[in-house]
Design a protein around this ligand. Structure first.
Ligand code: SAM
Length: 309
């Protein structure tokens, strides 16, 4: 392919490499570049930049892309997009909620875009939802620039927002929860502590009898260490530890792993018929989650199963 055919964005990378400039540092005008994995780039065209701000925690950007719609990135790592967010948020919320079947109290760690919260407020038996988000600005701008993701859930009367480090919250709180959903960034910046053994131990202390925790655990094909680490800690903490998967197009590299930990071995064994009854009873409207997908998500490809000690 001759230079003149090479996309101008890539020409910039080629030119930088020719001069020995570290490709990691160059910004490509009009493009967002994710550099999460060695020698592996994901790029999205920025049709319109809607928000770009450095908080004390992270750089927040929201832009419009012709394929993914509005895209949220934190420290240049893709968090969620308007087009594919339903996959991730439905699987993070409905698998633990329908497996538990009678959750009254839910703790969301992170999740500043409000997508997990939007799915949790659909459960009428839930009386209390606490969200611990370290960066209030993520919530504020999500309400403005990504309102379709929270869809008004931040106004739910059962909802309480705690602006704090989730690791500190679970260490100091007394309350217990039936379901804990760790909707964290990857283990970078403020998100690092949400992958620590101490954090998981304190989450366990916050779990009510029969409760379950699920965790955003990265794409095993490119981030195997994340899952291996979480599962090696969950193995010490829970009778039932595993993960389930969902394919989220914006999370480059293949299936996303969602960590699962509970001391109630019945939760993962809930029969399909029961899940169907619970799903229908809640009158849920979903676009990815079905009870069949719920059960199938725990059937792991061997390369992922082999990562779980
Ligand atoms: N779905 C995304 C993913 O899979 O990467 C995560 C989305 S959500 C935007 C991640 C949230 O975690 C952000 O709002 C970020 O501010 C929050 N966060 C990061 N570290 C945190 C911490 N230590 N305590 C609480 N929230 C944290």
């Amino acid at each position: 392919m001759t230079d003149k055919e090479l996309d101008p964005a890539l020409q910039k990378i080629v030119a930088a490499q020719a001069t020995g400039e570290d490709e990691e540092d160059i910004e490509i005008p009009g493009w967002w570049v994710e550099r999460l994995h060695a020698g592996y780039r994901q790029m999205l065209k920025i049709d319109k930049l809607l928000y770009d701000s450095k908080t004390k925690e992270q750089r927040i950007r929201v832009f419009e892309n012709p394929t993914f719609g509005r895209v949220l990135t934190l420290d240049d790592i893709l968090q969620t997009t308007e087009r594919d967010e339903f996959i991730y948020h439905e699987m993070m919320a409905h698998v633990p909620m329908l497996a538990h079947g009678a959750a009254h109290s839910v703790l969301i760690i992170g999740g500043g875009d409000g997508g997990v919260l939007r799915e949790v407020v659909k459960y009428r038996a839930v009386g209390r939802i606490v969200q611990v988000e370290i960066d209030a600005e993520v919530i504020e701008f999500s309400k403005t620039y990504l309102p379709m993701i929270s869809d008004g859930a931040f106004d739910d009367p059962r909802y309480e927002l705690v602006v704090a480090d989730g690791a500190r919250y679970v260490a100091e709180a007394e309350e217990t929860f039936d379901v804990i959903i760790v909707d964290s960034t990857d283990p970078v910046g403020p998100g690092v502590v949400l992958f620590s053994e101490e954090f998981y131990r304190n989450c366990k202390a916050r779990l009510a009898e029969g409760g379950v925790i699920v965790t955003q655990n990265g794409v095993p094909f490119t981030q195997a260490d994340e899952l291996v680490h979480t599962m090696s800690v969950f193995r010490k903490l829970f009778v039932d530890h595993t993960c389930y998967t969902a394919c989220v197009p914006g999370y480059a590299g293949g299936a996303l792993a969602i960590g699962w930990g509970t001391n109630d071995t019945e939760l993962r064994a809930v029969p399909l018929e029961v899940l169907k009854r619970r799903y229908e009873a809640e009158k849920l409207k979903t676009r990815y989650y079905t009870p069949e997908v719920h059960k199938a998500a725990f059937a792991l490809p061997k390369y992922i199963k082999d990562l779980i000690p």
